[in-house]
Design a protein around this ligand. Structure first.
Ligand SMILES: [Zn+2]
Length: 299
């Protein structure tokens, strides 16, 4: 009786104290609109970002490389980040900061190229996706902005099967639609040409020097005489040694808007599909388990 008589006011006092002194975690309410930029989130908001994105994160992948006489070295990263950030605004995902540590050996003779060794490229990419996953990004979507990464990225994704990972690497590697939009004026259009210059007119028009687009030739020099299905590492230098393929002066804002809108939409669709993908990680885990004892695998 005596104990109960004393404990009741104490209990009330504790309740009042608890109500008036909320713990720090109770005091933080995540904002309704979160930034999609990894580096702009507070630590607490990052936790909320990972929850909201269902562990889906984008790694826009660019390069530092000459882009004709009229576009900046960072063109691929500027364009791909524009597409990825706008896609993540449509379908929430956390977007990793600037990453331009890809394959560009073929431009080492041009000013401003940063070409890491293949060992460094693979090690840095692995550690980056590992660190993303350790922070909750169990679905890492590499959004490629640079043609020179087109072999590196599928190889990297396949090498994830070497040993168990608790996350899946997805690669999105398209930058333009195959058809549709304003008719194009040029036929060769691979690098700093009509399409890429048009997209830069949308993402970073202040960096486009259209008046310089005709000061160099972007024609195909076609200096190798080999069948189409024979590959050499020097093929790009043989055809486009000036890192210009096409004619940037043909660019228009209309084409840029059409292609950029397509790109943003295509990345947003992929984010949606990848969020809904509950198969890949399960199959990966099944595969890792089976690969420990291949003799037990039966058809
Ligand atoms: Zn480019």
């Amino acid at each position: 009786m005596t104990t109960r008589a004393h404990s009741a006011p104490l209990f009330v006092l504790l309740m009042i104290l608890a109500a008036s002194c909320p713990t720090q975690s109770q005091a933080i309410t995540p904002p309704s609109k979160l930034s999609v930029h990894w580096e702009e989130l507070t630590a607490a908001d990052f936790r909320e970002g990972i929850r909201r994105s269902q562990g889906t994160c984008l790694l826009p992948f660019g390069i530092l490389e000459k882009h004709g006489p009229h576009l900046p070295l960072g063109t691929d990263l500027l364009d791909v980040r524009y597409a990825a950030l706008h896609a993540a605004e449509q379908e929430y995902a956390v977007v990793f900061p600037e990453y331009y540590f890809g394959q560009i050996a073929e431009a080492r003779h041009e000013p401003g190229t940063v070409a890491y060794s293949r060992e460094m490229q693979l090690a840095l990419l692995q550690e980056t996706t590992d660190e993303m996953a350790r922070n909750g990004c169990k679905k890492v979507i590499i959004v490629n902005g640079h043609g020179g990464n087109e072999h590196l990225l599928p190889f990297f994704a396949q090498s994830q099967l070497d040993k168990p990972h608790d996350y899946v690497v997805y690669v999105f590697d398209r930058r333009s639609p195959e058809t549709g939009g304003p008719p194009k004026k040029t036929t060769i259009d691979m690098h700093a040409g009509e399409s890429e210059t048009s997209k830069m007119m949308i993402s970073r028009p202040d960096t486009v020097h259209i008046d310089r687009a005709n000061t160099e030739s972007g024609a195909d020099q076609n200096r190798q005489n080999l069948p189409e299905d024979v590959y050499t590492g020097i093929w790009w230098y043989a055809r486009f040694p000036n890192h210009y393929s096409g004619d940037g002066s043909a660019a228009t804002k209309e084409l840029g808007k059409f292609q950029m809108d397509w790109w943003i939409d295509a990345v947003a669709k992929s984010i949606r599909a990848i969020k809904a993908d509950d198969v890949s990680l399960k199959l990966q885990n099944e595969f890792y388990e089976k690969s420990k004892h291949p003799l037990d695998t039966k058809p």
